[in-house]
Design a protein around this ligand. Sequence first.
Ligand SMILES: *Cc1c(COP(=O)(O)O)cnc(C)c1O
Length: 397
Amino acid sequence: MAQNDNPSWNTRTKLVHAGTRRSQYNEVSEAIFLTQGFVYDTAEQAEARFIEAGPDEFIYARYGNPTIRMFEERIAALEGAEDAFATASGMAAVNGAVMSMLKAGDHVVSARALFGSCLYILEEILTRFGVDVTFVDGTDLDAWKAAIRPDTKAVFLEAISNPTLEVIDIRAVSDLAHAVGATVLVDNVFATPVFQRSLELGADVVIYSATKHIDGQGRVLGGVILGSRDFIRKTVEPYMKHTGGSMSPFTAWVLLKGLETLDLRCRAQAATAQALADGLSGHPKLARVIYPTLADHPQRDVSAAQMEGGGTVLSIDVAGGQAAAFKMLNTLKIFTISNNLGDAKSIVTHPATTTHQRLPDDQKAALGITPGLVRISCGLEDTGDLLQDLRDGLALL
Ligand SMILES: *Cc1c(COP(=O)(O)O)cnc(C)c1O
């Protein structure tokens, strides 16, 4: 059983202690139970456990494991969720959340600006199984109102879109969805659990790629689905445990250690993102700087109301287009060119030719993915060094 949990603890205390289970050795750091199976004392005990496993009873690591359970309980405590299910990757979480609750004939409304693989699940896979999916401009409440029908089963959105950082009003969309009894699923990766509590804003289910900020040090793939105990145990768990997208205990251990420093890291990274956004705004070589707290951000008020801060990612639109953007990327000394985000190492990405390469040009244009757009994930390096690196790169254009 988890020891010492206290719902009144504040975030940092929960991140270090919530969900801790100690073995008979009373270890300080969480143990890795790198075991697939568990031994039963008697045949009767095995039978009883297959009928109903108690909170400290495990059957097979695909169903659950003490290290994985610690991770699930710790992040559930942070998010204020009744329960959580840990998955092998962020995409296993998105797939598990939607596939476990939907069936042929159901209707889903989704924001259009989605992570590429999320779009693939909604646009290609769900439709192949007879689910009807309507895509809307997530920032347009009238579009949500027009698309949500009395028979809509679920609503899917990324609270902050990648890479143009549009912010969706979760409370308003949740109200529209709940009026017809639809379930609201939010992919909260960009907002992070530190800066936005989507469940408190009205979401029913929150999904993370733990690969991003929760690991935050570029080591493992992981994901998690959070929601009511009923949804997690009766809908998600049967689907996940039988289809095989569960998290490995080693991954859970790495992510438990990641959670301990999550708040500190995200706040430092967001402070840098804010400083870079401020420091680069109005730069003559940039057509635009995009960051949710800037005065010219179209959903600035929504982000101020639902997010504490602007997050760890900003985007810049280099005025000279792709050639100039590439030239700048190739000259940076501290930033690494990669496609992850939320990492301790600052990372620059050119979405039009990498993460969003496969989108047709008209869709790139509709989503604001211009040839000069560069996504910047701020790491833990010195803010002044990072700003200077970008200024040096831009000065060569
Ligand atoms: C990275 C990401 C995912 C997928 O997560 P993986 O861990 O890479 O499978 C899903 N949604 C968003 C918004 C992401 O950034």
